[in-house]
Every structure is written in C-alpha cells, then in structure tokens.
Write a protein that binds this ligand. Structure first.
Ligand code: LLP
Length: 437
C-alpha cells in the first residue's frame, strides 16, 4: 500500500500532482510520501505490540533528514552503520540513545563518537571489534552497551548480494561460537552485555527463513539472559516489499496499483514470530529499512529521446544508474509508469516492448529491458516506483552527474528536502597541484 495513485489520469503523491512537482523542481527528482512512511512504520509497530519492542529504522535505506525526522516524530529509533549515519540522525533531530550500530568494520573514530553520544547498543561483529570497543570505552571511562551479532547460518532465500546470514557471508559470529564469545566478552571490564542481534538478509518475501532463524536463536537468547542478563533480542531488518504490480488481466488499472499483492505482511511476520518470542520476556528490536521506505518513494525522470533500432525501442531518460543503482546492481524490478495515463494505455496494442535506459556510457545503465510500456515520446515524464529504499542513498556522481533533488510530500504540502546538487560542487573539494603547469 502506498500513496502514489492516478487521479483523473494524472499521477499524484498524496494530494499533489507529480507533474507539478517536476515542473517546479526539475528532473530527475525523488519524491517521498510522508503518509506512506508513517503508515508503514505504524503497521510494523502495531504487529509487534504483543511484546515489549522498539523499531530502529535502517538509515542506510533512506537517509534524507526529512525522512529521518518523519520517522523520529513517529517514535522510531535508528539502525546505523557509520559515524556519518549517527551524525545524520542527530542532525535530523533523532535520538542518539535510540541508535543501534551494526557493521563489520567500525573505525576507532566511529566507536568513540557512538560512545560519546550514548547509543543504545553496538551490534559487534567480531572478537577484535569487542576488544577495540572495550579499549576505547576504558579510555573514555565508559561501559559500552553490546549485542553480539549471531550468524545463524540460515539461508534467507533472497538475492545472493543481500543475503547476510550464512557462513559464506562476512557478517556476525558463527552460531556455534557465540556463547564462548559472550564468556570472553563478559571478562572485558568496559563492556556491558545488553543484547543479541541477527540480520539474515534483505527483501525476504517469505516468513520461513525468519522463523527458522528465530527458532534457532531464541533458546540461545534465553541462555544468554540467564547467564549474562541481556535485555534485548534484535531480529534485524529484512521484511520484503512487492515491487511488481499484480498484473490482473483485463484490469484497466493494472499499473500503480496502490494495493499490491503482498507476500509478507507485518501481520504474517508477527503471527509466526511473536509466539516464539513472547516467552523469552526480552525486549524485541527490529531494524526495518525497505519495508518502511521502499514503496514510499519514486524517482521521476524525463524522456530525452526515443531511439528505434529495428531490434529495440530504447527510451532514453535523464535519470541513470548513478541515480538509482538497483536495476544495474541486482537486476531489480521497478514498476515504470508515465505521469499521464491515457485511455487505452493498458491495452497491449497501444504498448511497445521497451528498454528504458539512462545516458551513462555503460550497457548496465538500464531501468528495464523488453518491458511492455505505453508509447512515450520526448519530454514525457516517467516515474520509477518503489524507489524510496536504497535509491538516492546509493547514488553517485559517476559521469559527473550531480545528485538529483528530493521532495517530501505531506497531504497538500511539498517541500524540497534536498536541493539539486550544483554542478560546481562536483569538483569543489578538488585541487590541481601547483606543480602541474
Ligand atoms: N539491519 C542490518 C544490520 C542491515 O544490514 C540491514 C540492511 C537492515 C537492518 C535493513 O534491511 P531491510 O529491512 O531494508 O531489508 N542495497 C540493497 C539492500 C542492502 C541491505 C543491507 N542491509 C538493495 O537495494 O536491495
């Protein structure tokens, strides 16, 4: 469910026409819906209500200050993976004491910052990291709150590049070794063992792997509670979303269906997991990114040219893989719709098999291949849906392309939450050595 829908043939974000936003702010343009962000947060929050719980939005999914403030206002804590993300949370008005800090390569600077800002817990991913955190905490005369990340060796059955909970992955500490690690960590004087954490992967569309992992880790969490007095169990993130519309044949409104066929709902997730978790009596944390932000954002792009080669119909747009990397990195699907829906657009006879591609000089610069789309021409606009998570945050300046602008919509209000990057900023921190005449 999201808040992008067609009204009288025009695409709207909540109560604002998307065309009016690109007219004002230019293209390419990311647009986020406040209503979708807060609704998705509420759905998860509600599903976990049978247990003491907290939600920690994964900042890596969407880190714009406007998005972070929206979620902070909704009561969210945050899952961070760098000192930079911690500073973003603080800049957005988020609470550093509600942050959990994951990542296999935490630097000394990042650990020191996190300790000074009083984060809720580190999700430590190795023994050398525990030793490092202990050393820095001793220097700062603090006790560092720790959860060790357990790698339960459960296949999340998702894309290989976003699977994190098997022994092929660099994350966490092997299930069989974890109790020994807690024993040794308990002897480090400046650590305080507060919880246990796991995260088996992203974009899971089946509750099965979550259930398998929780069944495996819950008894361990119980033992750790008895031995070390831990107070929480974090399940990580990973709840998937539906990217592809349900193509109901003969349905004139097949595209941009606000109600999509959902595979893994918060209710289904909770129905399976709550009975396993409740008896533990621990606080349950989750770290959702994609579920909250994925369907809450779109990327709008202008058609620059249509190039027919006899073999292909290339729709060349002004956004590229540097603005939205997911299709080129993971072959991911993003629904693509024109901003204006004409009668009969949904009929096959009015559609053409298209490759929507960007201007970057790489063949991996595409948003879809051989997809049936309504015919579009120069200066038409297209929206790439479900681009709210891992969209802008993964953008780069490749090909000297400035970052696009971002807009946050709430009801009938829209605000630019990130200005389009000025071109000169691309080389503002560079210098030409004096000795290069
Ligand atoms: N917690 C930890 C420790 C994580 O590593 C992640 C995501 C999350 C939570 C949030 O997971 P989510 O709820 O969003 O699935 N760039 C990829 C996704 C990478 C996910 C990395 N870790 C993509 O575009 O699909």
């Amino acid at each position: 469910m999201h808040d992008f829908s067609f009204k009288r043939g025009k695409l709207y974000c909540e109560n604002i026409s998307v065309a009016s936003l690109v007219k004002k702010h230019g293209s390419p343009l990311y647009i986020y819906s406040h209503a979708t962000l807060t609704r998705n947060f509420g759905l998860l929050d509600n599903a976990l209500s049978p247990v003491d719980h907290t939600l920690h939005f994964a900042v890596k999914a969407s880190s714009n200050l406007g998005v972070l403030r929206t979620l902070a206002n909704a009561g969210s804590g945050f899952d961070i993976v760098s000192g930079g993300e911690l500073q973003r949370v603080i800049a957005a008005g988020g609470d550093s004491t509600k942050c959990v800090f994951a990542g296999v390569g935490k630097t000394e600077e990042d650990i020191e910052l996190a300790l000074k800002k009083g984060i809720y817990a580190f999700s430590a991913e190795s023994e050398p990291e525990l030793v490092r955190i202990n050393k820095i905490a001793r220097r700062l005369k603090k006790k560092a709150p720790i959860a060790v990340r357990v790698n339960p060796n459960v296949d999340a059955k998702t894309h290989a590049k976003i699977t994190t909970g098997t022994y092929d992955n660099k994350f966490g500490i092997a299930f069989e070794e974890i109790e020994g690690v807690y024993e040794r960590a308990a002897r480090l004087k400046n650590l305080y063992l507060r919880g246990i954490q796991m995260h088996i992967g992203s974009q899971l569309t089946d509750v099965g792997p979550f259930e398998k992992a929780v069944r495996k880790v819950a008894p361990l969490a119980k033992r750790l509670t008895e031995k070390h007095g831990i107070e929480f169990f974090s399940l990580g993130g990973g709840v998937g979303i539906v990217y592809e519309p349900a193509l109901a044949s003969g349905d004139a409104k097949w595209w941009c269906s606000t109600k999509r066929k959902t595979l893994l709902t918060p209710a289904r997730y909770a129905a399976k997991l709550m009975p396993l978790l409740k008896p533990l009596g621990l606080r349950i944390l989750i770290e959702p990114g994609r579920f909250i932000a994925g369907n809450a954002g779109i990327l709008v792009t202008r058609v620059e040219y249509v190039k027919q080669t006899g073999v292909k119909n290339f729709v060349i747009v002004d956004a590229a893989m540097n603005d939205l990397a997911r299709p080129s990195l993971y072959d991911s699907y993003h629904e693509i719709v024109p901003l204006t829906q004409k009668p009969g657009d949904h009929l096959k006879k009015n559609q053409v098999s298209s490759d929507v591609v960007g201007p970057i000089c790489e063949s991996s610069d595409y948003f879809c291949k051989n997809r049936m789309l309504p015919k579009v021409g120069e200066s038409d606009f297209l929206a790439l849906l479900s681009a709210g998570a891992y969209g802008f945050v993964m953008a780069s300046n490749y090909n000297a392309r400035p970052y696009p602008a971002e807009v946050l919509v709430k009801g009938s209000r829209a605000e630019i939450v990130r200005k389009r990057q000025p071109v000169k900023q691309l080389w503002a921190s560079e210098t030409v050595p004096k000795w290069l005449k």
